[in-house]
Write a protein that binds this ligand. Structure first.
Ligand code: DC
Length: 232
């Protein structure tokens, strides 16, 4: 019997460690990892660079027609880098200027249909771990394993602050806290696919779990959902 491949959907608030867990799972299972938030960030970067007035739906539709997003495997980092119209934009999409606007951009219906259609195509062959806000509810409602991640707000602020500080030592904890609170609010109250826990998603609060403990817990859930897993 050949190894069964599944779809793992990970949703949750900003800075809960979704991408850390998703990358580790994908490496362990030899699955692809897709950071859906990076797509919304790349679209936001395009809008900012091209001064698109995204309150105007016509302008959004025209702009999207000129956007091509791809994930290119990088054998140095063993991860996929996000490319916007063939440019590696990974170094720019986590800048505060993008973080400040991304939730507004991700709330636009046309932006979501564009990103979700591509995300669904990427899951056709399964063997994928995707993280975001609507993966278990809208992108892969049929996913075999759905997680909804959460963590104590102050733990999340400090995690994001440390991450941002590495590239921008001028960032302050208050700025990071304000940005996270605002994004959580917009992401969970928007009209289009708001962030919420799918009824069949498992809640994972990792405030006091180490990375290894978290990975072990989730790998056990993967085993339960995969009768003949590709790893032991
Ligand atoms: O995961 P992240 O912080 O990089 O995501 C950036 C923003 O994109 C986040 O504020 C909400 C939005 N997003 C979304 O609406 N749907 C997704 N599937 C992923 C991210």
């Amino acid at each position: 019997m050949s190894a069964q491949k599944i779809i793992i959907a990970i949703d949750g608030y900003s800075s809960c460690g979704k991408s850390t867990l998703a990358k580790e799972l994908a490496a362990k299972l030899k699955y692809s990892y897709i950071d859906s938030g990076a797509m919304y960030r790349a679209i936001t970067l395009y809008f900012l660079r091209h001064h698109i007035d995204y309150s105007d739906h016509g302008k959004v539709i025209d702009a999207i027609a000129n956007i091509n997003i791809s994930f290119v495997y990088n054998d140095q980092t063993l991860n996929s880098d996000i490319h916007l119209n063939d440019e590696d934009v990974a170094p720019y999409i986590r800048d505060m200027i993008v973080s400040e606007k991304v939730s507004e951009v991700a709330a636009i219906r046309e932006v979501r249909s564009f990103a979700v259609a591509q995300q669904k195509r990427m899951g056709r062959k399964k063997a994928i771990v995707m993280d975001g806000r609507d993966i278990g509810t809208a992108v892969f409602p049929e996913a075999e394993l759905k997680l909804f991640m959460t963590a104590d707000p102050e733990v999340r602020v400090m995690r994001r602050f440390k991450e941002m500080y590495e590239t921008n030592p001028r960032v302050t904890i208050d700025e990071v806290r304000h940005n996270l609170e605002l994004r959580d609010y917009i992401d969970s109250t928007r009209e289009e696919s708001p962030l919420h826990q799918a009824t069949d998603a498992i809640l994972l609060d990792n405030s006091s779990l180490t990375r290894d403990e978290q990975l072990e817990i989730v790998l056990n859930w993967v085993k339960e959902k995969t009768p003949n897993p590709a790893y032991k």
